[in-house]
Design a protein. Sequence first.
Length: 387
Amino acid sequence: TKNYDYLIVGAGPFGMTFAYEAAKRGKRSLVVEKRAFIGGNTHTHVENGITVHDFGAHIFHTDNKMVWDYVRQFAEFNGFQNQVIANYNGKLFNLPFNMNTFYQMWGTKTPDEAKAKIEEQKAAALKELGDRQPRNLEEQAISLIGTDIYKALIKGYTEKQWGRKATELPAFIIKRLPVRFIYDNNYFNHRYQGIPVGGYTQIFEHMVERADGLIDVMTNTDFFEHKDDFLAEFPKVLYTGMIDQFFDYKHGELEYRSLRFESETIDSDNYQGNAVVNYTDAETPFTRQMEWRHFDGLADEGKTIITREYPQDWDRTKEAYYPVNNEKNTELYKKYVQEARENAPEVMFGGRLGKYRYFDMDQVFNDALNTVRQEFGIDDDFNFAHD
Ligand code: FDA
């Protein structure tokens, strides 16, 4: 057997980035991945000339120039901007909330008209509330944006996401509702945005190729089937799976929301005319419908692939997608962090499951590079000339 320096659990962006940077410093890693492929939730595959994101729409967006330069070493990015359409019972609105949305909702044409309308709606809601604080998500949302937008664009979508009535959800889920008084449908505010042409998987394939044999990846391998052997054999472990599972859920289970994806190939060159359409009513069982050819304009003629995203409750048999960061889970997570510090000092916990936090991809790359800095005691800015 080879002399590995690291065992890395999980071939997602966190694990692969660490493995690649370790290889650049002459260190050898074994990456074990329970799924059949690398890339974690950013994994994409190509079918009918169309790049399909297997775990929901992934758009890279960041203000971090270092991370933006970093990922572009491994793939060419297009300039895709997410411009989401909301379908509420057959009526269409632009998202995020901006002058287009307000025009579609009320016919207001100037920022002053739109502001006046929102203020009027909020005033009615606040009068209703009187002196008390919003007691649930519904009251909170209405006090921030008024009834019209809440009913058409927030209520049904949020209830489907959480599987609960808005009146039974805590107010803290919605802290702010950003509104824009310009005609601008760009979903993200970040300066650098795009999608790798040909998909995300190539990023991680290139990392392996460029590691000169210092990264071995074993797919279809669950860490827990060999946990004791692995821990005995490897001096250093980077673990990007669920932190509670690592400790056999001894303090209890951290909660997640899960998703189910349903894809369909259709004989068409253009099925819905947009990359992402949100269904914001309560009756349509899915929240979003993606049409993948619109993410990069590439597809075989006459074929299109759409994917519908259905939220679902999570249990151990399902994929964990979104952590439920309420007070109970935050306390529980702290217990596991303590446990890790005391009983597994040789193990580094990273990534969205290891840290029990929702991370966007840019945060994950940034965090992984920070872990590299710490592990190797370096102050590298990961700056390099582009070839
Ligand atoms: P990730 O989950 O990707 O990888 C962890 C890997 O570890 C997985 O492959 C898993 O199988 C493996 N693993 C776990 N336990 C194991 C075990 N016991 N043994 C072996 N392997 C194990 N971000 C963004 O920037 N823009 C976007 O548009 C989106 N969109 C988006 C949509 C949806 C629906 C979701 C759920 C998420 C996003 N994201 C996103 C977030 C993005 O998916 C996320 O930032 C990265 O996937 C996180 O990378 P990690 O490496 O941390 O985890």
